[in-house]
Design a protein around this ligand. Structure first.
Ligand SMILES: Cc1cc2nc3c(=O)[nH]c(=O)nc-3n(C[C@H](O)[C@H](O)[C@H](O)COP(=O)(O)OP(=O)(O)OC[C@H]3O[C@@H](n4cnc5c(N)ncnc54)[C@H](O)[C@@H]3O)c2cc1C
Length: 473
């Protein structure tokens, strides 16, 4: 079997590893380093930036833990300097190093990597135009028994808000900044906006959120969003609610956001985080008859097949759930299916997602809101972290653990954790949800004392008593 993969993000390179392992002859076509936008522009850079912002947690809590800074006794937050060029260099270096590691892994597995832009020119053929001058190479035609499209997504743009990379920024332009913005106006209060707001607030910028709904993070667990709103407010972030940006323009060296109700907000910089759109431009999908939906995403079935039998698609280009783990899962599933392995459709009811605010919000499976909208019956228990011994010691009391279980069986259907390291703390709930464990089973596994994870165990115990009558079985 010969497989041609267009796009080298997690959807593409994880599929390549699976296909190569199963003996296929695999070529990955990518127009930048392997790892794709995920590694070079989105997940890895944003989380590296946030790691620098996290250093402020230590600075902030140190005086209350009895550690003072020389010359500043009793001062709550010491004076600090943010060296943005060094932070951004670290972000870039780390992303490139990660991309190189992935390239080594993929090429060691026997996969051929071609740098260039791919276009589907037949149900079994991709034409590659080399990137840059291509080292004198002309277009190359690659034949495959199957093609996987994993071309990802790009930041959504507005005609009335053209980015210039200096004052009006997309999420990818952030890494060009060499000075902390004096006043950053973030348009779009979803996950990406909230993460950048977290970082730049910590770096000392004034931050204003332009939020089209009546709360930030409108698609997230409402209780979790309220915790983050409260933390943001305490740190001085301003939120303009029910405020829809109609136009953004540069006036001199400042950015001005015009709201559709006539108000304006001005800042030294404006960051647009208004979503992502699937990258299908120039791929030749219409000519091939590959079906797309009204949002321009490639339509796939449960095993990632498109409307053309030899063409599969995975990741953001399918717009299912724009997450690296989902992209990788779809890519692997596609290759298992193609190469004759037993395969089950992805478990959409057990997907994990984290928003790396401070504290972080991690969720898995069914949410309380979705259960209410769809009429799925669930029992819910929420345990604030404020009573957790470890949270008290660490002086990190903001947050909670929430668990959802099905009445009767007590099976864990979903959960949310709002805590400093929620991205890791969600793991036991994810496993319970995926493996359909009960609240009682989740509560019986040992957890370290004292630990944040202890709250998951306690919450599960309380829920088991309510739903199953006891946590002993
Ligand atoms: C700011 C930000 C932060 C994020 N943080 C997280 C996070 O923490 N965790 C998480 O799970 N998700 C996160 N996401 C989402 C995550 O980045 C995506 O879901 C993930 O990258 C999707 O992977 P993919 O393989 O579909 O595509 P991508 O990672 O976008 O890779 C696709 C690659 O294909 C290339 N390509 C496109 N067209 C062609 C062509 N015609 N020929 C050749 N190459 C082509 C692209 O240039 C790109 O390199 C974040 C997104 C953003 C915007």
């Amino acid at each position: 079997m010969r497989v041609v993969i267009v796009g080298g993000g997690p959807g593409g390179y994880e599929a390549a590893l699976v296909a190569a392992d199963l003996g296929a002859e695999v070529t990955v076509v990518n127009d930048e380093g392997l790892g794709g936008h995920c590694v070079l522009w989105d997940c890895v850079p944003s989380k590296t930036l946030l790691t620098s912002a996290q250093a402020f947690n230590t600075l902030e809590t140190a005086p209350s833990l009895g550690v003072h800074f020389e010359g500043m006794p009793g001062q709550q937050v010491p004076r600090y300097e943010v060296d943005l060029p060094t932070i951004m260099r670290r972000v870039r270096d780390l992303a490139l190093a990660q991309s190189e590691d992935i390239t080594k892994r993929v090429t060691a597995a026997g996969v051929r990597v071609v740098l260039g832009r791919g276009r589907v020119v037949g149900p079994n053929a991709v034409e590659v135009r080399p990137s840059g001058d291509g080292g004198g190479r002309g277009p190359e035609r690659l034949e495959g028994d199957a093609i996987l499209l994993a071309t990802g997504s790009d930041p959504r743009r507005m005609d009335t808000a053209p980015t210039d990379g200096e004052v009006i920024l997309s999420s990818q332009d952030v890494y060009r900044l060499r000075q902390v913005p004096e006043h950053l106006v973030v348009v779009g209060a979803g996950a990406t906006g909230a993460e950048y707001a977290t970082a730049f607030l910590r770096f000392g910028a004034q931050v204003t959120f332009v939020c089209s709904r009546d709360r930030i993070l409108p698609t997230q667990d409402e209780d979790a969003a309220l915790v983050i709103e409260d933390v943001f407010e305490r740190r001085g972030l301003q939120t303009l609610k029910n405020a829809r940006a109609a136009k953004v323009e540069r006036v001199g060296d400042r950015g001005v956001v015009h709201l559709d109700d006539g108000r304006t907000v001005e800042g030294s910089h404006v960051l647009l985080t208004i979503g992502q759109v699937p990258q299908t431009g120039g791929l030749g999908l219409d000519e091939m008859g590959v079906a797309t939906n009204e949002r321009g995403a490639v339509v796939v079935d449960g095993v990632s097949r498109t409307s053309v039998p030899s063409i599969y698609a995975a990741g953001d280009v399918t717009s299912k759930q724009m997450l690296a783990s989902v992209a990788a899962g779809q890519g692997r599933t596609a290759m298992w299916h193609l190469l004759g392995q037993a395969v089950a459709p992805l478990r959409w009811d057990a997907v994990v997602a984290t928003i790396f605010t401070d504290p972080q919000i991690a969720t898995v499976g069914l949410s309380e809101q979705r259960a209410a909208e769809t009429g799925i019956e669930v029992e819910v228990d929420t345990l604030p972290l404020a009573g957790n011994a470890r949270a008290k010691m660490s002086n990190r009391p903001d947050g909670f653990v929430k668990l959802l279980a099905r009445p009767g069986s007590g099976t864990i259907a979903g959960g949310a954790v709002v805590a400093s390291y929620a991205s890791d703390l969600i793991a036991p709930i994810s496993e319970a949800c995926f493996n359909r464990l009960t609240a009682s089973q989740l509560s019986q596994a040992f957890q370290t004392y004292p630990s944040f994870a202890g709250s998951i165990q306690e919450c599960a115990r309380r829920l088991a008593v309510r739903v199953q009558g006891s946590y002993r079985y």
